[in-house]
Design a protein around this ligand. Structure first.
Ligand code: ATP
Ligand code: MG
Length: 453
């Protein structure tokens, strides 16, 4: 994903200096403005992911700013920051459509989390608008590379399913096997391919926000709901929705979701009306659903409902020579990206790729090829140019984690997270377990340190 573009507006130069310092190591591209009018002009020319604004400014206050922006019909989330912890301003701001409301002095951790959430929501909103063009060709069957028996079988199954648009599909498989890719191929090869395709990662938002994003809300449903808003399920009606990491839904939301699948109707938060929604629903997970059901984390009735048609995307280690075929495709991709002219792998490189166990699956393969491509100087990548990590060994601080003096705690956390992900070949389940955090926290941290994919 591209580095998020953030606009920061405050009439106080000192605050701008402070924020520049506070956000200096973040994976955001921040542009600073001291006048609302210049910011508005800039928005007409480009599309920031998030706007952060002061509330009290001499020529226009933050709330007017939001209203002006709405006039430009731009739906980017706005985070308001103000010196006054006044409840009425907060209420007014949320009513005007602010995404979040923070008080000064600015707490950078809080700000970064708010920005992370806003980027995610903004991205979902714009995905709703974007769609279509180019996607069809990007997600044809040709993009699902592989000629091995399990992949051919999976392709046949997808072909048969794509004509049955009311089927509820569950995608299962280890992390990095290609579940998101399969979901897109299912949609873009189906008869409803010109309708909307939306992905929502259930681990990316706190439960109440996820509910509001999925189901929408009515005016007055909560203090900040000034206008009613359609949820993604409603917006994607007629098309396909992918609910990724479905096990991250909490039990209450699972119940609401089950009722949607069964009745094909939704009720917005705070609403009474039942709105019919016609959708192809795909859910995806890499966790052990049966175990989640047994431990009470996942509702068994929902499990049976979504498990009617399940597609297990096979791990890369079971796909034989597909490793080479997919690897060559990644060489092509990185040739374009790095402006190189690598032609393929040598025999020794192929042998090495074929004998590896790929616990991080296709994602790991992609990382391995990328690393090799960065250093590649010859026409063919040779075996000793391919470095594979070996997860059998227990990571110690000597496994390449070198800390320089003067790092901030945040930087250390980011570095360490990156290492643990690498040690585990980007297996998220295992990484979360080793770090002692939930999948949701892991997701937030990866986001914070730019380690999503
Ligand atoms: N058969 C394939 N051919 C080409 N590229 C693939 C294939 N399968 C996966 N990829 C690529 O591998 C990467 C990981 O795939 P994807 O994100 O779909 O995995 P996932 O199963 O959803 O993982 P997670 O459970 O961690 O979300 C993506 O860049 C995807 O495009
Ligand atoms: Mg995925």
């Amino acid at each position: 994903m591209a580095v998020p573009l953030i606009y920061f507006l405050d009439d106080d130069e000192n605050i701008i200096k402070l924020v520049k310092y506070g956000l200096r190591n973040e994976q955001f591209n921040v542009k600073y403005f001291s006048r609302p009018t210049t910011l508005i002009e800039a928005i007409k020319a480009e599309y920031p992911d998030v706007v952060i604004s002061d509330v009290m400014m001499p020529d226009m206050d933050g709330i007017e700013l939001i209203e002006k922006m709405r006039g430009l019909s731009r739906s980017m989330p706005v985070i308001l920051v103000t010196a006054r912890a006044a409840v009425d301003t907060a209420v007014r701001a949320m009513k005007a459509g602010a995404f979040e409301y923070l008080t000064k002095p600015i707490n950078f951790d809080e700000l970064k989390l708010a920005v992370g959430r806003a980027v995610e929501v903004g991205r979902l909103r714009s995905e709703v608008d974007e769609i279509k063009s180019g996607f069809k060709s990007r997600y044809s069957f040709d993009n699902l590379i592989g000629e091995s028996e399990p992949i051919n079988a999976m392709r046949d199954l997808i072909k048969r399913l794509s004509t049955v648009s009311e089927a509820v599909i569950l995608l299962r498989g280890e992390s990095g096997v290609g579940k998101n890719l399969v979901a897109r191929v299912i949609h873009y090869t189906s008869p409803i391919s010109d309708k909307r395709y939306l992905e929502i990662n259930c681990a990316s938002l706190p439960s109440n926000l996820l509910e509001a994003e999925l189901f929408g809300y009515e005016k007055g449903a909560f203090t900040d709901a000034k206008n009613s808003k359609k949820g993604l399920l409603e917006v994607a009606s007629g098309g396909t929705v992918l609910l990724d990491e479905i096990t991250s839904m909490d039990l209450a939301l699972q119940a609401k979701f089950l009722s949607f699948i069964e009745n094909r109707r939704i009720r917005r938060v705070g609403g009474l009306e039942e709105i019919p929604v016609d959708l192809r629903v795909i859910s995806a997970t890499n966790s052990d659903l049966e175990a989640d059901v047994a431990s009470g984390k996942f509702r068994s009735d929902l499990f049976y409902r979504i498990n009617v048609v399940s597609i297990v995307v096979p791990p890369l280690r079971e796909r034989g020579r597909d490793v080479i075929l997919i690897g060559r495709k990644f060489i092509d991709d990185f040739n374009t990206k790095f402006k190189k002219h690598v032609k393929g792998f040598t025999n020794s490189a192929e042998r090495k790729l074929l004998s590896h166990s790929w616990s991080g699956n296709v994602r790991e393969l992609r990382n391995v090829v990328e690393r090799a491509m960065i250093f590649a100087e010859n026409e063919y990548i040779d075996g000793d140019e391919i470095s594979l990590s070996n997860i059998a060994q227990v990571p110690t601080m000597d496994d390449g984690l070198h800390l320089a003096k003067g790092l901030s705690l945040d930087q250390v956390e980011g570095e360490y997270l990156k290492k643990v992900l690498e040690w585990n070949n980007f297996n998220l389940e295992e990484t979360a377990r080793q770090l002692g955090v939930t999948r949701k926290t892991l997701w937030e941290k990866r986001k914070k340190y730019g380690l999503l994919n």
